[in-house]
Design a protein around this ligand. Structure first.
Ligand code: CUA
Length: 315
């Protein structure tokens, strides 16, 4: 559980780091000792039995094997390998069995950044903020190619795949900042897929979460709505210049009547916009396909209010 940097490894910042390091250094030093024994033996026998002037040919009759020696060089390495297996399996289980009380954060990898979504509504890009002393479970997936989530200080690394969830968990010991990398070569922007993990005391985390979950509260509803219109991708289907794209244009429509595919007419007001966001198939504007996805569960009331205010302002 040492937190200082060692010969081959950066400072350990998670509860598992010490155990990973111990196993790693056991393997390194055991390999060095083995290497030393083999090398010393080679040199010793090379010198001791080197060819000298006038030596007779080596006798071969009666020499077949040495049982004691062969058992020794079989049994000792076997014991070492078995130790490493059980030791490694034990650490592997600890790294893979998520504690029940772990808090969960959704991680999305995409070319070329990381997004972190908190259950409380906050989301961040390239910065994971977590409380110290609490187990954190990351539920990860990719929007495009294979990425790999790696925090060297925590000794955790896990591939992040499209169409599948992978999980990694850790518990940061104390406050501090740690580097976050993508370790799968995912394209030209691979090297820029870096971020930070910021570990803060639990109380500070609660405050941060509160603020981060209310992004936009400092903006006027129209301004916040304008941002959401882009970030939630409304802009890809709705023109603001009177053009028909996939969906109808949204500028200058507020308060005006519009014909529906079902035959009737509706006045575009706050309730109609809200309904169109949450139940897009309920009243489709004539001339358009019912292809809009529902934003039920994706947008919060505050966000819908802001979008309504924004569309209202587009006269
Ligand atoms: Cu993502 Cu490399």
């Amino acid at each position: 559980m040492d937190t200082t940097a060692t010969l081959f490894l950066p400072p350990g910042g998670s509860t598992i780091a010490g155990e990973v390091d111990a196993l790693f250094y056991f393997l390194v030093y055991a390999s060095i000792v083995m290497f030393g024994i083999v090398l010393a033996g080679m040199i010793f026998f090379g010198l001791r039995y080197r060819h000298r002037q006038g030596d007779a040919a080596a006798p071969t009759a009666g020499i077949s094997h040495n049982t004691k020696l062969e058992l020794t060089w079989s049994i000792i390495p076997t014991i070492l390998v078995v130790i490493v297996f059980f030791w490694g399996f034990n650490v592997y289980l600890k790294m893979n069995v998520v504690p029940k009380d772990a808090m969960e954060i959704k991680v999305t990898g995409q070319k070329w950044f990381w997004t972190f979504d908190y259950p409380e509504g906050a989301n961040t890009v390239n910065e994971l903020v977590i409380p110290a002393g609490k187990p954190v479970k990351l539920l990860m997936s990719s929007k495009d190619v294979i990425h790999s989530f790696f925090v060297p200080d925590f000794r955790v690394k896990m591939d992040v795949l499209p169409n599948r969830y992978t999980i990694v968990w850790f518990e940061a010991k104390r406050e501090g900042t740690h580097n976050l990398f993508c370790t799968e070569f995912c394209g030209t922007g691979h090297s820029s897929m870096i971020g930070t993990v910021r570990v803060v005391p639990e109380r500070e985390y609660a405050e941060w979460l509160e603020t981060a979950s209310n992004v936009g509260s400092d903006l006027a509803p129209e301004q916040y709505g304008e941002r959401l219109f882009v970030s939630k991708a409304c802009v890809t289907c709705h023109s603001l210049e009177g053009k028909s794209v996939v969906g109808p244009p949204l500028n200058g429509v507020f308060g005006k009547p519009v014909a529906l595919t079902s035959g009737g007419t509706v006045i575009i007001d706050e309730n109609y916009i809200r309904e169109s966001i949450l139940e897009p198939q309920a009243s489709v504007v004539a001339g358009y396909q019912p292809v809009m996805p529902t934003y039920q569960g994706i947008l919060k009331d505050r966000e819908i209010d802001a979008l309504v205010a924004y569309i209202k302002s587009l006269q």
